[in-house]
Ligand binder design. Structure first.
Ligand SMILES: Nc1ncnc2c1ncn2[C@@H]1O[C@H](COP(=O)(O)OP(=O)(O)OP(=O)(O)O)[C@@H](O)[C@H]1O
Ligand SMILES: [Mg+2]
Length: 867
């Protein structure tokens, strides 16, 4: 047995490494003034809290400490842990946290409040409410700019597959500023060291405790005669040494987690409070100013379980009464709702649960809101029908945000029944409209559109109002997504007209974005983003960004897309608008793919695929991008991705979801040399694209058929570069693709040639892109032409550069730095003057500069050009 590592004279064993890691992180925060995040995980009782207490003790004199903990409430109070921190920090942070604001505003206030090295401890985030988790996530995203060491602890043995913390940890894990550390139980040597003075059989102790420090400490505290088999025994053994009145105090504390305020305990059991001293002395409870708490949650649970039902109901009833009228501050609605239900007090549940839910929703703690509405609805049969239906609608709205579509739809169906029975047509129509929106995300298109149509029909019968405008908007959306553009615009106009009459900015902005996409009107879309931001309509601004990105990417408006997709992702990230953030990331992935930045594209797509959500569109787009990168590079695994994408997209029958998958499947079939599969993959999508008048998709799908040797007619509407290639003018087509900044498509166009020069250029471009699979096809063609001595295999991957310039742009930039004019560059590179103009404009944009001189200077600074 090796020596036992002792950190200090006190009793923290085998944590030297962890303390050193934390100290090193704190040091780097001090040195660089840039924050770090450490996630400390481990089973219950392994010593997470003890580690951080020690760390903060050691560094409390040189750093400011902000300590907050999450509580083991069934439905935690939104932002609860931050209230304590706000109180400790004072100033603006306290005001902001206390005043019903969204998580991103809390983070902004936090950033302003940190003015020197700070250690921010957030304990037990496996119990965190959603708003607090959002704060953690948003804080981690911008931690680089705040000199804070964030340390969050959680029990990793309590996270089931769907636990929201999993998503957060998954997302944070990809950041270089985030470190994860899992604490292990103690070794047999350490257990022996703890047990020695007590004369225990240490082998037996280790066997029964697995080295978990909490179990060990409890076992030791319960006496040397026996080793309790479970922690419950350990806790009871300790409690059994108290007298019965003191035990009643333990019970009272156990029903009011996380801690019992003294005034509250007095209301629960006045006599028992006299025994406080005794309970503290036993080590079961610990005190904080004005309150006491169990030293350990496992112990609280064990005691709570042991209370008789009658006494439990009585204690909860007393807690409810006392908490309704606290000696200071306002009543805590989440706590009241909890005790009301535990006391079986239906009337109180119906008073407090909906209010707690509304409060949670307004703070962005949507999961908590969902649960509180459910709690209220469990007692809902006591409510008048209309009130019950209203609660159901509110619950459905929250389910939509938390991605619990099935529950949301069930709630709406129930509400629908009620309104029908009541004969309330206006509400019935509005619920149908909401239902249509929930149905769209998982791809239940036919039902959804029917619901939207019924909503319009019902509502047009009554006085036109907000509900009707929303229903027009929903129908416009359905038409837009199947690219029945004229229809979409017509419904949109009606929605807009009504919105203007009603002076309803939200509906107006929603509709304008829909129309902007249909008309491919970038200016309108940008204006809509700005208009939504001005009106403080955060979610609508996110949606407008997402529609803008969809429009620009689908229509190959790369320059303008590059300008807005990044800011859109940032806008949604900072504000926690997760759904639209996913859409934007998926569109960004496509943009990166089309611009030849495939590693970035694969990263963006993977980050979408890591997030399980019911909405299928971002997933479809990302599966396609990742599959294409793999197929083109000749990497395995693209087939399964495309199969999943097709299985999701096909049943929707919607062009924007279908066409990209169909085209990707055709490409994979072409790369595999399977012409029949190309035909099959494109069959239905091509007719749909022509029917819907889609220039880009009809061109793309037809082009794959032609490349596979199927003599395809040029669809009259095909976009220019495709039309040219299909008509045999591949040279001009390639040039157009280069101008659009799409090197891969340009290489494909060149690959249609039957002469050496173009095929060589195609091969060169493909090798630069690391596109091994099509490069092999072009190489075969060249060999068939009798060309020998071709470079083998792919060249090393494209040099990465900080401004993400394409190889061609780097070349052009080199000449710009030499002082050449565009005409001269065109001559050198044998390109058209226009193409060079485009390249130079693209370079200025990517480098974020306005003049050629600035571009040269920037290029030198970035090491892109030595001249
Ligand atoms: N390294 C250690 N050496 C000795 N004792 C320890 C060590 N770590 C923890 N302990 C003791 O074990 C008990 C449980 O530790 P602690 O409360 O820190 O666990 P935890 O991981 O925070 O548990 P939970 O997940 O329940 O919050 C405490 O009594 C603590 O003093
Ligand atoms: Mg702990």
């Amino acid at each position: 047995m090796g020596p036992v590592a002792l950190n200090t004279a006190a009793d923290l064993l085998e944590r030297t490494e962890e303390l050193a890691l934390l100290a090193e992180c704190l040091d780097s925060v001090r040195r660089e003034s840039r924050g770090r995040v450490v996630l400390v995980s481990g089973e219950a009782g392994v010593g997470k809290t003890a580690l951080l207490r020690r760390f903060c003790d050691e560094h409390g004199s040189s750093a400011r400490i902000l300590w907050g903990g999450c509580d083991p409430l069934f439905v935690p109070r939104p932002l609860g842990p931050l209230l304590a921190i706000g109180e400790a920090a004072g100033g603006e942070l306290e005001t902001v946290v206390g005043s019903d604001v969204m998580p991103h505003e809390v983070v902004a206030a936090f950033a302003r409040a940190v003015d020197g090295p700070t250690i921010f401890v957030l304990e037990d985030v496996h119990w965190a409410d959603e708003a607090t988790l959002d704060v953690l996530r948003l804080l981690a995203r911008r931690v680089e700019t705040i000199p804070v060491l964030v340390v969050a602890t959680y029990r990793d043995d309590e996270l089931d597959r769907t636990h929201p913390l999993r998503l957060v940890v998954g997302e944070l894990a990809t950041s270089e500023r985030v470190t994860r550390r899992k604490l292990s139980p103690l070794s047999p040597a350490a257990v022996a060291q703890l047990a020695d003075p007590h004369g225990f059989d240490t082998d037996e102790l280790f066997r029964k405790t697995g080295g978990n420090p909490f179990f060990v400490v409890e076992a030791l505290a319960s006496g040397p005669d026996e080793i309790p088999a479970t922690v419950r025994d350990a806790v009871f053994a300790r409690a059994a040494r108290l007298d019965p009145v003191a035990t009643r105090l333990l019970e009272a504390v156990a029903v009011v987690p996380p801690r019992g305020e003294l005034w509250l305990l007095e209301a629960l059991d006045e006599d028992a409070l006299d025994r406080l001293e005794e309970c503290l002395g036993s080590g079961m409870l610990e005190s904080a100013p004005g309150s006491v708490a169990f030293r350990h949650e496992l112990a609280r649970l064990a005691i709570e379980e042991s209370i008789s039902l009658k006494r439990k109901v009585d204690l909860h009833g007393r807690a409810l009464a006392a908490l309704s009228d606290p000696p200071r501050g306002t009543p805590d609605l989440a706590r009241l709702a909890h005790h009301a239900e535990a006391a079986g007090d239906a009337e109180a549940v119906l008073r407090f649960a909906p209010a707690a839910a509304d409060e949670a929703a307004s703070l962005g703690a949507h999961r908590e809101a969902v649960v509180q509405y459910a709690r209220a609805l469990r007692f809902g049969d006591r409510l008048p029908a209309a009130e019950r239906a209203d609660l159901l609608e509110r619950r459905a709205r929250e389910c939509y945000v938390t991605d619990e579509y099935d529950h949301g739809m069930a709630a709406l169906e129930e509400a629908l029944e009620i309104y029908r029975a009541l004969g309330d047509k206006r509400r019935e129509g509005d619920v149908l409209r909401q239902l249509s929106i929930l149905l769209w995300c998982p791809g239940r298109i036919e039902e959804g559109e029917r619901a939207a149509e019924s909503a319009v029909a019902l509502l047009e019968d009554g006085t036109p109002g907000r509900e009707l405008a929303l229903a027009y908007g929903a129908l416009a959306m359905y038409c837009k997504d199947s690219r029945r553009t004229e229809e979409a615009i017509a419904w949109g106009r009606r929605a807009l007209e009504l919105a203007e009459q009603l002076d309803d900015e939200q509906i107006a902005v929603h509709t304008l974005a829909t129309i902007g996409l249909c008309q491919v009107d970038y200016e309108l879309l940008v204006q809509t983003v700005e208009r939504a931001q001005r009106a403080g309509l955060v979610a609508q601004a996110g949606r407008a960004f997402a529609l803008f990105a969809e429009c620009a990417v689908e229509n190959r408006g790369h320059a303008i897309a590059s300008k807005y997709v990044g800011p859109g992702v940032e806008y949604c990230s900072e504000r926690g608008i997760e759904l639209y953030r996913l859409y934007l990331l998926a569109h960004r992935a496509r943009l990166e793919l089309d611009e030849g930045r495939w590693s970035d594209a694969a990263d963006s797509a993977s980050s979408v695929l890591r997030v399980p959500r019911t909405s299928i569109s971002p997933r479809i787009f990302s599966l396609v991008v990742l599959a294409l990168v793999r197929a083109r590079r000749g990497d395995p695994g693209h087939r399964a991705l495309l199969e999943e994408a097709w299985a999701l997209a096909e049943p929707t029958g919607e062009l924007p979801r279908l066409a990209p998958v169909a085209a990707a499947r055709a490409e994979a079939a072409w790369l595999a040399g399977d012409a029949a599969a190309v035909v099959e993959a494109t069959e239905s999508a091509l007719s749909l694209a022509i029917e819907r008048g889609s220039a880009w998709w009809s061109g793309e799908l037809a082009a794959w058929r032609r490349r596979a040797g199927v003599d395809e007619q040029v669809p009259a509407i095909a976009a220019e570069p495709y039309a040219l290639e299909l008509a045999g003018d591949w040279c001009r087509s390639a040039e157009l693709w280069f101008e659009l900044g799409c090197p891969y498509e340009a290489a494909l166009a060149l690959a249609s040639a039957d002469e050496e020069q173009s095929l060589r250029r195609s091969l060169e471009e493909l090798q630069r892109l690391d596109a091994a699979a099509p490069a092999a096809i072009v190489t075969r063609r060249l060999r068939d032409l009798g060309v020998r001595g071709l470079p083998r295999g792919p060249r090393p991957a494209t040099r990465s550069n900080p401004a993400n310039l394409t190889p061609r742009e780097l070349e052009v930039l080199g000449f710009v730095a030499e002082g050449l004019r565009n005409g001269e560059i065109a001559e050198r590179l044998v390109l058209s003057r226009r193409t060079v103009d485009h390249h130079v404009a693209g370079i200025l944009c990517k480098l974020g500069v306005r003049t050629r001189a600035q571009a040269s200077a920037e290029a030198v600074r970035l090491g892109l050009s030595g001249r």
